[in-house]
Structures are given as structure tokens and as C-alpha cells.
Design a protein around this ligand. Sequence first.
Ligand code: PHE
Length: 354
Amino acid sequence: MLTEDIKVSLLKDLDRIGQADAPELEALRVALLGKNGSITAVLKSLGGMAPDARKEAGAEVNQIKAMITEALTARKALLDEAALNARLAAERIDVTQPTRPDIAGAIHPISRTMEELAAIFGAMGFEIKEGPDIENDWNNFSALNIPAHHPARAMMDTFYLNAGAGSRPVLRTHTSPVQVRTMLAQEPPIRIIVPGRTFRADHDATHSPMFHQTEGLVIGKNITLGHLKGCLIDFLRAFFDAPDLPVRFRASYFPFTEPSMEVDIGWNRKTGEIGKGGDWLEILGSGMVHPNVLANCGIDPREYQGFAFGVGIERITMLKHGIADLRLFYESDVRWLRHYGFSALAPAMLHEGF
Ligand code: PHE
């Protein structure tokens, strides 16, 4: 039989184990079960008892030892888990934290229109091409059937750069030189759009010396004017989100297309409403690629034909969003950008409509 005070003291230890922090718990373990621990001492003392008393006391002390061991293990597991949780909480990095809304940027309307063009023409199987802002005379003019001294050169208010050896670089006046670059670089079939910067010496509410265009070019064996019309009608109706948008093709002139057509959409001159009102608004230039252009670019015009078009990005953006003055696009006025900008988290996706 164990004495009452040994039992009371061991039960108290059991209680202390339940409250202990990690260092206390280790101290208790050593004090109870260590080499000189109190339970170890009791176990040692069994040897000196009479056999019957030893049996009884042995059973008791082993029972207490089991209880103590179990309590120590349970407390240790609890403390370990709490320590781990504390560490996880302290070392946590929330990678999902959103930017603060008041400092979130916005997608510029010009960029947004380019994204929408990419989505619309991408769905029609067009590839996106780019070309340099600084072009040579041949790509910008001659290859496009605009010979030297042709009045069309004067029409474009070209920025000429200093003449190099035998060449006179220009800031490209349109994205059409990328037609030339593409046809020289790859075999038909070709189906591309070319969004990018263009330059003309012109400045007022609807013209800027730097502006943006998107070129389109489709070359194949059986590409017809019907394809041109279908493609542009689909594009304009998708872009302006107006399934019944009236579209008119009007004979015009460009040196690099034959026949050439100006494309008009229906609108209301007074209210600016697109698709309603019975007035016509010129919106882009287009036509069947001139055989001279194909030949200049190494494509046999007896075998291939196709169509091209050029759209002013600022122009269609102003019309779509009711922006009256083109100069505002480039003023970097944050209030204007907030109002006309688009959320970066809601990208242009055709299937949702724009
Ligand atoms: N390059 C012409 C312009 O800038 C637009 C255009 C492109 C017209 C392609 C017809 C075909 O005015």
C-alpha cells in the first residue's frame, strides 16, 4: 500500500501536468519519471517490501505511472499543436489579398479597344502581327502601290526622318506596311490583324500626330469581296454590340486596293447614337488587295487574291464610348482615366459581349 501523502502528491502532479507549459512539463516529467524521479523512487522502494504488500503497492504505483505517462503525452501533444498553430498564424502570407481599390489602375480605352479587336478577330481565326514605328519608304509607300511623287504621299502628312544612306525613313503613316512585311515573310493563306501606333503631322480635336490603327489582311486562293463584307459587318456589329447595325460599303479610292470601299455605319448625327437615326458615318477603309501590291510582295496575283482594311482605333473608341475630344486620350488625367478606363479584372471576352 502506498501511503496517503504519496498518493495525494501524485494526484496533485497529475493536476499540474494538465496546466503546465512546455518547460514546466519537461521539469515534471524529469521530477516524476526521471532517474531520480519520485515514481522511480517508489518503484525502487518496492524491493524492500514484504511480498504481499509489494504486490498491492506495485499494482497501484504502476497504475499511477500509467496515468501520469498518459497525461504527460496528452499534454505534450496539445502544447505541440498549439505551438505549430501559433507559428502557422504568425508566418502566414496571404497571397490572395486584393489590391486596395482606391489605388487600382484601369485599362486605357485605347488598349481596351485593341483587346476587343483581338477577341473579335481572334474568334474569326486571325493572327496578330506587329511592325516597327519607324519604316522605310518602300514598305510604307512604294510596295503599297504609292510611287514617289504620287499625291497620296502628300495626303498623309508624313513625318520624315533624316535621310540615311540611300533611304529616307518615315514614322509609319498607317499600319499597312505590315501587310508588306507579312506577305514577304510568309506564304498564303494569310489572315492577320495589326494593331499599332501610326503617325501623321496633324493635330486637332479628332486628329493627333500619334494615333492608332488596326490593319487587317486576308490572302488566299478564293477570297472575295463577299468575304470582305461579311467579315467587316460581323466585326462592326460585334464591336458596337448592335446585331442589327446598318453597314454601308461605298466606292472609294486607295492606291493599294482595287476596288476600294469606305465603310459607313448607321447612326444619329444629333444624339451620337450608333445604329439608329438614318445618318451615315464613315468608319474605315477597305478593298481588294491591288495586284501590284501582291506582285511587289512576291505573291502571284493570278493565283492569289484577298482583302485588306484599316480602322482608326481612336475613332471607333470615341464613337463607342461617346468621347468627344481625341486629345483627352493622351493627357493622362487620372480622373478621366478612372471614368473611361476598364477594370483589369474584367478582360475583353467575346462570349460575354462587351
Ligand atoms: N491605310 C489606309 C489609311 O490609313 C486604310 C486602309 C487599309 C484602306 C487597308 C484600305 C485597305 O487610311
